[in-house]
Design a protein around this ligand. Structure first.
Ligand SMILES: [Zn+2]
Length: 102
């Protein structure tokens, strides 16, 4: 399972076409909220269930996307946060989960 094509749409959504014919769309703010880096993961653990995520524009806009080995993509956000490495299965999971919620 690998992305064939990764596209950022209007700096709001990340669209991925996968090699098994699946296409997923992730909202950038969802990706930022679920940033898998150690710092963000720890913050999420400490948040109460009533926490409402609020973001500045720069935190949910992508500056750059880069390949990490052949298993993940890294996202550098405009606010300078760039330690989030999103493994392919995670991107699929997030897209699937948010589609179910909609
Ligand atoms: Zn993070």
């Amino acid at each position: 399972m690998k992305p064939l094509k990764i596209k950022v749409i209007e700096n709001k959504e990340l669209h991925i076409k996968w090699d098994d014919d699946v296409e997923t769309t992730n909202e950038l703010k969802t990706l930022r909220r679920l940033c898998p880096c150690a710092t963000c993961s720890e913050q999420r653990i400490n948040q109460s269930s009533s926490f409402i995520p609020l973001y500045f524009e720069d935190q949910i806009k992508i500056e750059k996307i880069f390949a990490v080995g052949s298993y993940a993509v890294g996202i550098a956000w405009k606010d300078g946060h760039n330690t989030g490495i999103y493994e392919f299965p995670l991107l699929r999971q997030i897209a699937l989960a948010s589609n179910l919620i909609k």
